[in-house]
Design a protein around this ligand. Structure first.
Ligand SMILES: Nc1nc2c(ncn2[C@@H]2O[C@H](COP(=O)(O)OP(=O)(O)OP(=O)(O)O)[C@@H](O)[C@H]2O)c(=O)[nH]1
Ligand SMILES: [Mg+2]
Length: 313
């Protein structure tokens, strides 16, 4: 059975044929340190929630595409995991995704948290952006909370990428986003539409469900638990003559103690996670979404290459 709707597109379609039908069209990699606000920005630019957001660094683990459709223009944003210098296996997979995104795209949108002083990590990502040799747009984000360190961070960011246009924005309030959009369109080459104009993402139904559930776990738990979680959707079934989508899956953690936290006293926590996920998913999809989620321990999953290859894509 296929679960369609305009949320799912497995094939890339060609746009208007012939030279006169060309539109402004570009693929834009959105990169930066963990928690800089990349996913919030992609969601704001696309006008839809395509990528999950939380205050926990390294929320995004995949390349997540969000599509901005405008008159005679289509921008495809690739949200990426936060660039984090770490030897841990899962981090090397995630920084690998960032590097490949930098190579594949037309434009790089480099997001800097304007309230967080640059360190080695920021220098490393600026160097990777420079090496990519693509048009770069720099965004100083979180202007709504700009503090004393803002001007110094702005100067350092500008100096790290001389000549790159710099926008001071708030992805949260939308401040500065119109000018940013215009600059991106100005830098975009003419080309064919990559997706039908009513698509705002190309994610599969399973992936979207697993991400929303993971977001609710990350928002509802603390310390080491958010990083120890992955979610797998095992089965989808349409019921009630196409009105209800049932999804069955597992929330995996690394230890029994973490399982206890996710389940909660008398199952309170997991019930809340399921309820919040169902509410949001039922808004996203054209069906009522019902979840049947179990919590399981999968020891040391972050060290297993075959699983990481499947999960971090
Ligand atoms: N005040 C303020 N907070 C923001 C802004 N943009 C994002 N945030 C917050 O910053 C936190 C991280 O946002 P994300 O969008 O998940 O950041 P990210 O760069 O995608 O993070 P990773 O996926 O972990 O790399 C969340 O709590 C957001 O609400 C902004 O413009 N202003
Ligand atoms: Mg993110």
């Amino acid at each position: 059975m296929t679960f369609g709707g305009n949320l799912r597109c497995s094939t890339i379609v060609t746009g208007k044929a012939g030279g006169e039908g060309l539109v402004k069209s570009a693929v834009v990699a959105v990169v930066g340190r963990p928690s800089a606000g990349k996913s919030t920005l992609v969601n704001a630019l696309c006008g839809e929630k395509v990528s999950i957001v939380s205050p926990v660094p390294q929320t995004t683990r995949n390349r997540v595409r969000g599509i901005l459709n405008a008159e005679d223009a289509q921008l495809v944003f690739i949200d990426t995991p936060g660039f984090h210098l770490s030897e841990k296996k899962i981090n090397t997979y995630m920084t690998g995704l960032v590097s490949s995104a930098l190579e594949e795209v037309d434009i790089i949108l480099y997001v800097v948290d304007g309230n967080r002083v640059a360190g080695e990590e920021e220098k490393a990502i600026a160097a990777a952006v420079r090496r990519a040799g693509k048009p770069v747009v720099l965004c100083l984000n979180k202007k709504d909370g700009a503090g004393e360190s803002w001007p110094g961070i702005k100067e350092a960011a500008g100096a790290s990428l001389p000549g790159a246009p710099l926008f001071e924005i708030s992805a949260l309030t939308g401040d500065g986003l119109d000018a940013l959009r215009e600059k991106l369109l100005e830098l975009s080459p003419s080309g064919e539409q990559m997706y039908p104009p009513d698509y705002y993402t190309d994610q599969t139904t399973e992936f979207r469900i697993s991400e929303i559930v993971r977001e609710k776990v990350m928002l509802g738990t603390r310390e080491e638990v958010p990083h120890a979680v992955y979610v797998r959707i095992e089965d989808l079934e349409m019921r009630d003559e196409g009105a209800t989508l049932w999804a069955r899956g597992v929330i995996c953690v690394e230890r029994e103690s973490q399982k206890g936290i996710v389940v909660g006293r008398g199952g309170d926590k997991i019930r809340g996670i399921v309820r919040e996920s169902e509410e949001e998913l039922s808004q996203i999809f054209p069906w009522v979404v019902k979840l049947d989620m179990r919590v399981k321990v999968d020891k040391e999953w972050r060290k297993r290459d075959p699983l990481l290859k499947k999960l971090i894509t």
